[in-house]
Design a protein around this ligand. Structure first.
Ligand SMILES: Cc1cc2nc3c(=O)[nH]c(=O)nc-3n(C[C@H](O)[C@H](O)[C@H](O)COP(=O)(O)O)c2cc1C
Length: 313
């Protein structure tokens, strides 16, 4: 299928595999790109030289387009950007920061820039900054998110009403039917995160993948709004956060509870109790770990069937 998103990236299907810390390295990104979607390397958990290695390996593993996700909270941002430019990466998704800071720099170097937002206000800022497309991410999504708790169902039409550049929906999308739903609401494509964590190629720890498959309704919560709001699985670490809130913890106390490397401990090293396990509400309908290409194919097949079905409504 062809539309503004497939044309922008030069891909077959408007399915973007989200850049995700500790999950989306070159193996996952290249598998998705080879399957006709857009694979993205998540630079947020990589030292600059590790990112270099992933980009180089991704180029060897696919001749299809792929991108790099850069959360702008990253401490050594200049280094990452230098590597991205030096290695001639064609597509960059920025998140968690001001889109004005890097968009011109990247676009001047011929790079397609997409910015992730969770509100209409920031979608407008991103469009004004000159990005090529926007990812609008709803409250259901795994990982870091906005404070306003706007769900995907509300956010997509609201953003669509205000912007004219291509729009990618994220948050709660793991099937062809949900893909069709957000496209009916005005999205040109989808960014899928949690579904790809439970893939063979994700670099997430096997215990975390299993936890995602077992997660049911109500298994996740958006928390730590005072720091950077994040949706995670309710494990011991989450209970400790709740206890801290009950004890009226200060921001400093919350910061020290979070500490350093919690996300790595959970999602990469497999500590299911003390680690931070970022995943979306949609984990409740993810029941098996599959090859990434299978995820893309299943989504497209279901999308086509559902599209034919709704003709009868
Ligand atoms: C494990 C995990 C790690 C994530 N890391 C990042 C990240 O590094 N940068 C980013 O922009 N978004 C990150 N996200 C958010 C995703 O990019 C994506 O927008 C989100 O997962 C979409 O919602 P879904 O999980 O319901 O599919 C992460 C999400 C998950 C589940």
């Amino acid at each position: 299928m062809g539309n503004r998103i497939t044309d922008l990236f030069g891909i077959q299907y408007p399915i973007i595999q989200a850049g995700m810390v500790w999950a989306s390295g070159w193996r996952l990104a290249s598998a998705v790109s080879n399957a006709g979607g857009l694979g993205i390397i998540g630079a947020g958990s990589m030292y600059p030289e590790v990112l270099r290695e992933h980009i180089e390996k991704c180029k060897l593993a696919t001749n299809k387009p792929f991108g790099v996700n850069v959360p702008m909270l990253y401490p050594d941002l200049e280094k990452l950007m230098e590597i991205i430019v030096e290695l001639d990466v064609k597509i960059v998704f920025t998140s968690a920061g001001n889109p004005k800071t890097w968009t011109t720099y990247l676009k001047d170097r011929g790079i397609i820039v997409v910015h992730v937002v969770s509100s209409v206000k920031f979608a407008l800022k991103a469009e004004e900054a000159g990005v090529d497309a926007i990812v609008a991410e709803g409250f259901e999504a795994g990982g870091h998110n906005g404070r306003d708790e706007t769900t995907t169902l509300t956010l997509i039409p609201a953003v669509k009403e205000k912007i004219s550049i291509p729009l990618i929906a994220a948050g709660g999308i793991a099937t062809g039917r949900s893909m069709l739903a957000v496209m009916v609401l005005g999205a040109d494509g989808v960014q899928v995160g949690s579904r790809f964590v439970a893939s063979n190629e994700a670099s997430s720890h096997p215990l975390f993948k299993q936890k995602v498959v077992e997660a049911g309704e109500g298994a996740t919560q958006l928390t730590l709004k005072e720091l950077a709001p994040v949706r995670l699985i309710k494990n011991k670490f989450y209970s400790d956060i709740q206890k801290a809130y009950a004890g009226c913890a200060t921001v400093e106390e919350l910061k020290s509870l979070l500490g350093r490397a919690r996300a790595k401990k959970g999602m990469f090293e497999g500590d299911m109790e003390e680690g931070e396990l970022e995943i979306g509400q949609v984990a409740a309908i993810i029941h098996e770990i599959k090859p990434a290409a299978q995820i893309v194919m299943d989504m497209m097949e279901e999308f086509t069937i559902a599209k034919a079905e709704v003709k009868h409504l």
